[in-house]
Design a protein around this ligand. Structure first.
Ligand SMILES: C[S@@+](CC[C@H](N)C(=O)[O-])C[C@H]1O[C@@H](n2cnc3c(N)ncnc32)[C@H](O)[C@@H]1O
Ligand SMILES: CC(C)=CCC/C(C)=C/CC/C(C)=C/C(=O)O
Length: 272
């Protein structure tokens, strides 16, 4: 996924949940009197990073959005970079650049950590990005039907060739019966303190099939030729229908279709 403009236009679900999370948790963040240094991991187009400003003191020192995608970082700098706000490449499960280590008072990450295979490395990096007594607020998917649909398509003769690495893109907690315990134990083992982990059941309704298709396309991780992607999406939607997630209601002004999306997210607050 590196189409920043498509993601910008098709991330209402992610934006809604990020705002709900910030409304609930922003008052837990231990803001300094002045010169807070803030980092956002997995910034994508940068609009979520900019949203953070509404919940931060105005006198912050710097706000750095990071992403593994060069295209996302370039788009974010062009559209949201200014003064104390900048964007740079960083692989949160890679080696930390020296200049970032211990450099932040607060770390945020929304809808990113479920993309990460090496959870221990990523959480250790989060710990090491924080200055002493720094804190973090993280939101990521634990369980979601999108991953079940990926797995069904990966088992089909038609799509197995393009989805060979399907489990690379399934949340590490999708099959877990105790995701809260998994995350809490991992963070405790790394040395985090004041650990709060909540698994929340969420529901979101897509107003029509085309909106759902664009939302799925915006986070599509599979590399396949453009000329077969529409067919892939049609088969994707057929499986969503088979899962009884599409409600077709006939009202007096014609057929109304909504797609019900039930999923679980993990929200984590902790300090160093
Ligand atoms: C679904 S977007 C979330 C964007 C934004 N945080 C939001 O909530 O709308 C996930 C982002 O994480 C980035 N990402 C995936 N793996 C990453 C990694 N290992 N390190 C840093 N960013 C990564 C992707 O490039 C993508 O831009
Ligand atoms: C009914 C159904 C399968 C809906 C999928 C909805 C959707 C596009 C979820 C996004 C999941 C995801 C990986 C988000 C992200 O990383 O931002």
């Amino acid at each position: 996924m590196d189409n920043a403009d498509l993601y910008r236009k098709s991330n209402s679900l992610q934006k809604r949940d990020t705002l709900l999370c910030l409304e609930d948790y922003a008052n837990k963040i231990k803001w300094k009197i002045i010169n807070d240094r803030v980092i956002d991991i997995g910034c994508a187009d940068g609009s979520g990073t900019t949203m953070l400003k509404k919940y931060m003191p105005n006198n912050y020192a710097k706000l750095v959005g990071c992403d593994i995608s060069e295209k996302m970082v370039q788009f974010a700098n062009e559209h949201h970079g200014s003064g104390r706000t900048s964007f740079r490449m960083l692989n949160i499960e890679g080696e930390l650049p020296e200049d970032l280590t211990g450099g932040f008072d607060h770390l945020f990450s929304f809808y990113t950590l479920h993309w990460i295979r090496d959870q221990e490395k990523a959480f250790r990096n989060i710990y090491n990005l924080l200055d002493e007594s720094g804190d973090c607020l993280l939101l990521f998917i634990s369980h979601g039907p999108i991953f079940d649909v990926y797995r069904i398509l990966a088992r089909s003769n038609k799509w197995c060739k393009w989805l060979k690495d399907v489990n690379r893109y399934v949340s590490p907690y999708h099959d877990s019966t105790e995701p809260e315990t998994d995350v809490s134990k991992l963070m405790k083992s790394i040395g985090f303190k004041n650990i709060e982990v909540k698994c929340k059941e969420m529901m979101y309704f897509f107003d029509d099939i085309e909106i759902l298709k664009k939302s799925v396309a915006a986070v599509n991780p599979f590399n396949m030729p453009k000329d077969i992607f529409d067919d892939f999406m049609d088969d994707y939607i057929d499986i969503v229908r088979d899962m009884q997630l599409v409600d077709e209601v006939n009202n007096n002004i014609g057929e109304k279709i909504t797609i019900r999306h039930n999923y679980h997210i993990i929200i984590t607050y902790a300090s160093k």
